[in-house]
Design a binder for this molecule. Structure first.
Ligand code: WT7
Length: 638
């Protein structure tokens, strides 16, 4: 019996129950039936959340690129693996077949080897959304190098922090990137970052925008001539199930980003299985996820999940607004997209443009719509459902995280009845729990609490690179024997989950996960700033926007606030990237603090939302008088 494709709700419940009662048997069957192993496992699962230590398919040997490429060659060699749609609609799109992908990955893998990259070495990839990005990821995986993709919108400081943290030996980048009508000097950003990174020996440079860039002799090399001379046969490195596949950084509650480590076998099995079921992918479908491969969504659901299923996956280089706000729909029509997966922030931005730009295009190919990255509000959900899906393509609101590797709570299209703003039911094998503040699990329905997961799943991150203690403290210490997600959730009368948002110091802006601490650190770098606190407030396109409370140093002289605002945002752009810029800045004489010196963000959040009716008990504050002055000053925030 194949339990790979769930077909109706009863079957979901049946398979779900089995996956919970006999998780090892369940995942063993999935792993046996659908993948290529060099050697099968000795043990399906061993785990201990108190350490925490989780191992799936121990003893197994494989290479994920054999599963994503080689095994398809006999049956799907000429099928399109990657369909590339460039930033400029007048530039031709490119179809890369599985056979061509195989050649490209093998050549690239040989170039990596020629430059001394070996199993276990870290390679940083800082590229725009062009086919070379996917190819370089796969080339690393083929030889067992650990890729660390850094989103090519991050600043040079953010890049150097990540390169140094995992001691990357190589950086793969391009001469620049196209982004709508702009070009970005990626190589210049890399050059600046590398002033602080002594670990990098080689920089491979892809030509994309034909710009005139500096090439550091001995370090920087144009990639194309190397590929032209490389052999298209590169035997795979045989990997152990728990060998690291990649590192991907995510923001945390301190300044240092967390390098989440994902391993090979479990990640492959779970992303492939979820891809197939959550999108109900059928052999000739064209699937498009609009994310960037710089985020986990791109790793799992542009590259690995789709390719492990022999799917056709679209890569789009551009932005939704270029050359106009109809671009997404034009691409859906052009490539007859069947599954379309995007983020609520994009949906809200596009909904604002009115229906004219949608109605010009034929969207009848669409079968399934996806949403990911943040809670989707009711209005956006209906707009998406009515105008894009025409009420016939179910929306899968998929809740998951960089740390979870794959989709965790989601409807299965044509199987799970959808409900606006609800991610609905746990995926097969996922055991959620809602916890109260005293650490007890809240049973039953119509309840809300902190969202935890009680049992391991194959694609969970195994550690934080170089800091296992932080992994334990962040995810396994709040609730005993449970993985804590950092999100709050409610469970309705039928057991559907609705994610209500972060309960920690992470703010999701336009679907980007931003920690308040690193942004505060950046703001505090400004010589005039004494202290700062960042909170989120609702924004109709971005979901949340950032509001900064800033205390200036007392120098006795008056300062030009307009300039200060610009300078502060400039520093944030340099340290993190433009996505972390503050929408509003309020200069304030003080911040509300508890007696232990902790900033009471709850109060600041309420003031930023202009909701000062019920600030709760402020009498326990160290400085209760400051609250009124912050409320009074809020009207001057800009
Ligand atoms: C956080 C994880 C998973 C890929 C993109 C983000 C929020 C994500 C949903 C959703 C409500 C969501 C959560 C989560 N989130 N998807 N469907 N509904 N919230 O990955 O950057 O690691 O962020 O994004 O708050 O914890 P990430």
């Amino acid at each position: 019996m194949s339990n790979y494709h769930i077909k109706h709700l009863e079957e979901y419940y049946q398979v779900y129950r089995k996956s919970v009662r006999e998780p090892e048997n369940f995942w063993e069957e999935v792993a046996e039936e659908h993948f290529m192993w060099r050697k099968k496992w000795d043990n399906v699962l061993s785990w201990d959340f108190s350490k925490p230590e989780v191992k799936w398919f121990e003893g197994a040997q494989l290479n994920i690129t054999e599963n994503c490429i080689d095994r398809h060659l006999a049956t799907r060699g000429n099928k399109t693996a990657i369909l590339f749609e460039p930033n400029n609609p007048n530039e031709a799109s490119i179809s890369i077949s599985y056979k061509e992908l195989s050649e490209r990955v093998n050549k690239f893998a040989n170039v990596l080897k020629d430059h001394g990259i070996e199993k276990g070495d870290r390679v940083c990839i800082y590229l725009p959304m062009i086919p070379k990005l996917a190819v370089s990821v796969l080339a690393c995986a083929r030889i067992g190098a650990i890729h660390s993709v850094v989103f090519a919108g991050f600043s040079s400081t953010a890049l150097s922090t990540r390169i140094n943290d995992s001691q990357c030996k190589m950086v793969i980048t391009s001469d620049g990137s196209y982004r709508g009508s702009k070009t970005i000097d990626l190589k210049g950003i890399v050059d600046e970052a590398l002033n602080d990174c002594s670990c990098v020996e080689t920089v491979l440079v892809v030509k994309r925008i034909q710009s005139d860039i500096h090439m550091e002799s001995g370090r920087d090399k144009w990639l194309q001539p190397l590929l032209d001379n490389a052999s298209s046969i590169c035997p795979v490195e045989v990997m152990n199930a728990e060998d690291p596949l990649f590192i991907l950084y995510t923001s945390g509650s301190t300044g240092m980003p967390k390098g989440m480590v994902h391993t090979t076998a479990g990640y492959m099995v779970y992303t492939a299985y979820t891809f197939k079921n959550v999108f109900q992918y059928r052999e000739d479908d064209i699937y498009w996820c609009t994310a960037d491969i710089g985020w986990i969504t791109g790793h799992s659901y542009i590259v690995y999940g789709p390719l492990a299923n022999g799917a056709t996956t679209v890569m789009f280089e551009g932005v939704p607004s270029y050359p106009d706000y109809g671009r997404f729909w034009e691409i859906v029509q052009k490539h007859k997209i069947n599954q379309f997966y995007t983020a609520p922030t994009a949906i809200r931005a596009l909904a604002k443009q009115g229906l004219e730009v949608v109605e010009k295009y034929d969207l009848s190919s669409l079968k399934t719509l996806g949403s990911v990255g943040e809670p989707i509000n009711e209005e956006a959900w209906h707009w998406y459902n009515d105008n894009i899906g025409k009420k016939k393509s179910p929306i899968v609101d998929t809740w998951w995280q960089t740390e979870t590797g794959g989709i965790m709570i989601t409807p299965i299209p044509f199987v799970t009845p959808t409900k606006p703003t609800y991610a609905t039911l746990p995926f097969i094998g996922i055991q959620p729990a809602l916890m109260d503040e005293n650490g007890y699990e809240i049973k039953g329905n119509q309840v809300d609490g902190r969202l935890c997961i009680k049992f391991p799943w194959p694609s969970m991150a195994r550690t934080i690179w170089g800091n296992h203690q932080r992994y334990k403290d962040t995810y396994f210490s709040a609730f005993e024997n449970k993985y804590f997600t950092g999100d709050g959730a409610l469970r309705d009368e039928v057991g559907y989950y609705r994610i209500t948002g972060r309960v920690d110091d992470v703010i999701i802006v336009s679907g980007h996960n931003l920690g308040t601490a690193p942004i505060e650190d950046a703001v505090n770098e400004h010589p005039a700033v004494a202290e700062s606190a960042i909170v989120g407030f609702p924004h109709d396109v971005k979901g949340n926007a950032l509001y900064g409370y800033v205390i200036l140093k007392d120098t006795g002289e008056s300062r030009d606030h307009t300039n200060l605002r610009k300078e502060i945002n400039q520093i944030i752009t340099e340290h993190i990237g433009p996505i972390a810029k503050l929408d509003k800045i309020q200069f304030t004489p003080g911040l509300p603090k508890t007696r232990s010196g902790k900033i009471m963000r709850r109060i600041l959040r309420k003031i930023a939302c202009n909701d000062t009716s019920n600030l709760g008990d402020t009498s326990t504050l160290l400085n209760p008088e400051v609250v009124q002055s912050i409320i009074d000053g809020a009207k001057d925030s800009k």
